[in-house]
Ligand binder design. Structure first.
Ligand SMILES: NC(=O)C1=CN([C@@H]2O[C@H](COP(=O)(O)OP(=O)(O)OC[C@H]3O[C@@H](n4cnc5c(N)ncnc54)[C@H](OP(=O)(O)O)[C@@H]3O)[C@@H](O)[C@H]2O)[C@H](O)CC1
Ligand SMILES: [K+]
Length: 511
């Protein structure tokens, strides 16, 4: 699903109005009706007090339509206008008239702190104060109003996006932003819903299709793409019946050191369970029996050194080389990695200490084969590209970095992002149970396993991140978030593939 910017959404709005020959008021009615339907489906006429806070722009207009529809369906509704300006939008005004005509209880005008109404725990608040038109931080009593709602512990449903949240920048410390429990967003999600700095404002999120012009939506270059099941499915290549293990490629996983051979077992298991035809590991001698015992399916080559990698002697007759997990950063390992980079011309997958070595030896970055996939978590990324001011600054810095080195970067997080050239892919599977040791080793193995099966590195990264998250969701369903260890994620990879092609999605614990 495309993630669009506020200006793209406004353009889509205008084009839709023109092409569908409807008024902006009709489009507002259509959008807000969708919100009403969602609320009505969940509340089923429940007798609770719904407090609708409307701004005076079109987000406020949506709020008025929602309130009107709720009143028409006999809900107990109280409407407040957060009257932050006299510049009321046209569609706000016509809906203001409509609600006045319907209700005997006029909307209450809020003009300052003295007007703040009572909001209690257990109240249902609809936040329609600001939407994508926000262009400066909230100030004065309006900011206080937002903080007042946040402090009330009421359940808050935000319309389009939490009021006070920008679509294209991160709020400064102390800026007032609604902390929503649930956000119903129009047509496309907004990028800020997925960024670590801002995702907590959004709560659970659902996108409502409001019928904006299809042609515009299909042609516009998005700010980013959200990868869900449908998108992942379109990237998947089913296996050919007429095939053999050679058809699915050969992965070499290089890494490990004394006490950290487990990371190799995890990555290699993951690449095999992702479908790689053959897997070889290259490890220090201390790991020989461990890998042979834990994973008899893999072939094992060892370094001359017992504890760490010092000389990676392999003819590298592989489709992909994955380097880094558990490798450590000893001088001799750095030297061995340097040599490995010189010998390798196919895209590599680099993780963990591979990334740390690159950050401490920047000159090695230029030896990375084109389209190699780097898989840092935020701390590893910071070591690679330096500190960033906020998530938008981070995105800019990542994009400069990957362009310079012609690589693909997978930034791990609650929503893992894949960066390739100017494209951004946001993953939508996975859960907090996957924040566990070795989860990243599994992901590298998955991506390498897909590259060995001839997926382009970008596709391998995007699909790999999706499947890894899905396997985590399937694991969570069986074991609970706390119960997942990364070996489960590797083990359940096959179920993630099966889910991808089954008729109904496994009801995942994604969150
Ligand atoms: N295509 C769609 O997705 C549709 C969206 N709809 C809804 O419309 C809103 C966007 O409405 P808009 O009127 O453009 O903007 P807002 O309601 O968010 O804001 C209104 C005005 O508020 C002013 N503003 C901005 N920041 C502040 C601030 N910090 N303090 C005070 N005032 C502020 C600004 O006007 P200025 O002239 O003062 O700059 C805004 O214009 C969208 O989110 C949806 O809810 C449609 O209903 C359906 C289609
Ligand atoms: K809002």
């Amino acid at each position: 699903m495309k993630i669009l910017t506020a200006s793209q959404l406004k353009e889509a709005d205008e084009i839709t109005i023109e092409k569908q020959n409807i008024s902006s008021e009709e489009l507002m009615e259509r959008a807000a009706t969708q919100v009403f339907n969602e609320i009505h489906t969940r509340l089923q006429g429940a007798d609770i007090l719904i407090k609708v806070f409307c701004g005076i722009g079109n987000n406020g207009g949506d709020g008025l339509v929602i309130a009107r529809l709720l009143i028409e369906h006999s809900y107990n509704v109280k409407v407040f206008i957060v009257n932050y300006s006299d510049n009321r939008s046209k569609d706000f005004l016509s809906n203001y008239d409509k609600i006045k005509n319907l209700s005997r209880d006029w909307p209450v005008l809020l003009k300052g702190e003295d007007d703040f109404p009572d909001i209690k725990r257990g109240d249902f608040v609809i936040d329609a104060i600001f939407g994508i038109g926000l262009n400066r931080p909230l100030e004065g009593w309006v900011a206080k109003m937002v903080n007042f709602i946040n402090d009330s512990s009421a359940f808050v449903l935000s319309v389009d996006l939490p009021s006070g949240l920008f679509t294209d920048k991160i709020p400064e410390e102390g800026d007032a932003v609604i902390m929503a429990n649930f956000t119903l967003s129009f047509q496309t999600p907004k990028l800020v819903f997925f960024l670590p700095d801002t995702m907590d404002f959004v709560g659970d999120m659902q996108v409502l299709e409001i019928g904006l012009d299809r042609e515009f939506l299909s042609e516009v270059t998005p700010a980013a793409q959200l990868i869900g099941r449908q998108e992942a499915r379109s990237l998947y290549n089913p296996r050919n019946k007429n095939s053999h293990k050679g058809s699915y490629g050969h992965v070499i996983i290089v890494g490990g050191s004394y006490g950290k051979i487990g990371s190799i077992v995890l990555a290699t298991t993951a690449s095999m369970r992702t479908g790689a035809g053959l897997a070889t590991v290259f490890i220090p001698k201390c790991g020989y029996e461990i890998v042979q015992t834990a994973l008899p399916e893999a072939m094992v080559l060892t370094d001359v050194n017992y504890e760490m990698l010092t000389d990676i002697k392999t003819d590298l007759d592989a489709d992909v080389v994955c380097f880094g997990m558990g490798a450590g950063r000893d001088k001799s390992t750095v030297g061995a990695f340097k040599e490995l980079l010189k010998k390798t011309n196919k895209p590599m997958v680099i993780d963990a200490d591979g990334l740390n070595i690159l950050s401490e030896n920047n000159e090695l970055l230029q030896d990375l084969p084109e389209n190699s996939v780097l898989t840092p978590h935020p701390k590893e990324l910071e070591r690679l590209i330096g500190e960033w001011k906020d998530d938008f600054d981070k995105i800019e810095k990542v994009q400069e970095f990957i362009k310079k080195h012609k690589i693909i970067l997978v930034l791990k997080g609650a929503h893992t992002f894949v960066f390739e050239q100017e494209n951004i892919y946001v993953n939508n599977t996975g859960n907090a149970g996957m924040a566990t040791a070795g989860s990243g080793d599994v992901l590298s193995g998955v991506i390498a396993g897909l590259i060995s099966q001839k997926y382009e590195p970008l596709i391998a990264a995007v699909l790999g991140v999706y499947l890894h998250g899905k396997s985590g969701d399937i694991s969570a369903e069986k074991l609970g978030y706390e119960g997942i260890i990364s070996g489960d994620i590797a083990k359940n990879m096959g179920l993630a593939f099966r889910d991808l092609m089954s008729e109904n999605e496994t009801d995942s614990g994604a969150g």
